[in-house]
Design a protein around this ligand. Structure first.
Ligand code: GRF
Length: 212
C-alpha cells in the first residue's frame, strides 16, 4: 500500500479528496501523516477526524528554509512516508526535502502550468483574459511550480467570473485529478526518466490512459 504524507497550510479540501478516495477504494493508499507549518490549518482537523496522525512544524521556529525542511524530513521519515503530496502547502521546498524523496514529491497547482505559477494563479488568469484555466499535478523540483507535469485538467473561464467563482470551478477539478494521479502512482504507472543530458529535464510518463 502506497504510504502518502500530505503537507497542508490551509483548509485541506484536496486532502479531504484524497481521504475520500481512499475510503471508497478509488485510491489504494494510506495517509500515514498530515503535516502543516500552521497549527491552525483546517487540514489538520480533517486529518484528526479521519484518524490520521498529524504534525505541526512551525516554519518560524527555524532559521532557514533548509532547517525547516530538515525537521519536516525527520517527521516524514518517522512515519514511513514513501511519497509526499503538497496539497495547498504554501512554502517553497528546498533540496533538503527533495533529496530525501527524490522524484517522489507531487504538487497540485490551480493553473495550467507553465502559465501562472505562484500564489495568485487564478487572479492572474482572470487578469490576463484567458478563456481556459485549470489545474496541474506535477513533480516538484527546486523551482516554483516548474517540475515535470503529470496531469492537467481544464475548465472554461466564464463571462463575469470572479476569482472566487473561477477558483471554485478549478478546485472541483483538483479534487478529481489529484487522487486519480496518486492512484496511477500506486499502480506503478508513473515512470520518471532521468534527464538525458546535463541541464535537461526529467521526463515523466503516466500509463493507463487519459486521466480526465
Ligand atoms: C488549491 O487550489 C491548490 O491548488 C493550491 O492551494 C489550494 C489548496 O486548497 N495549491 P485546499 O487547502 O486543498 O482546500
Amino acid at each position: 500500500m502506497l504510504k502518502l504524507a500530505v503537507l497542508v497550510s490551509g483548509g485541506g479540501s484536496n486532502l479531504q479528496a484524497i481521504l475520500d478516495a481512499i475510503a471508497t477504494k478509488a485510491l489504494a493508499a494510506e495517509v500515514v501523516l498530515v503535516a502543516s507549518n500552521r497549527a491552525d490549518a483546517g487540514g489538520l482537523d480533517r486529518a484528526r477526524r479521519a484518524g490520521v496522525p498529524t504534525a505541526v512544524v512551525p516554519h518560524r521556529d527555524f532559521v532557514s528554509r533548509e532547517a525547516f525542511d530538515g525537521a519536516l524530513v525527520d517527521v516524514l521519515r518517522a512515519h514511513g512516508t514513501e511519497w509526499v503530496v503538497l496539497a495547498g502547502f504554501m512554502r517553497i521546498v528546498t533540496p533538503v526535502l527533495l533529496d530525501a524523496f527524490p522524484q517522489r514529491v507531487v504538487n497540485i497547482h490551480p493553473a495550467l502550468l507553465p502559465a501562472f505559477p505562484g500564489a495568485h494563479a487564478q487572479a492572474q488568469a482572470l487578469a490576463h483574459g484567458v478563456r481556459v484555466a485549470g489545474c496541474t499535478v506535477h513533480l516538484v523540483d527546486t523551482g516554483t511550480d516548474t517540475g515535470p507535469i503529470l496531469a492537467q485538467a481544464a475548465v472554461p473561464v466564464l463571462e463575469g467570473d470572479t476569482v472566487e467563482a473561477l477558483s471554485a470551478r478549478i478546485l472541483a477539478e483538483e479534487h478529481a485529478l489529484l487522487p486519480a494521479v496518486l492512484q496511477r502512482i500506486a499502480e506503478g504507472k508513473v515512470i520518471v526518466d532521468p534527464p538525458s543530458e546535463v541541464g535537461g529535464r526529467a521526463r515523466v510518463r503516466v500509463g493507463g490512459g487519459p486521466l480526465r
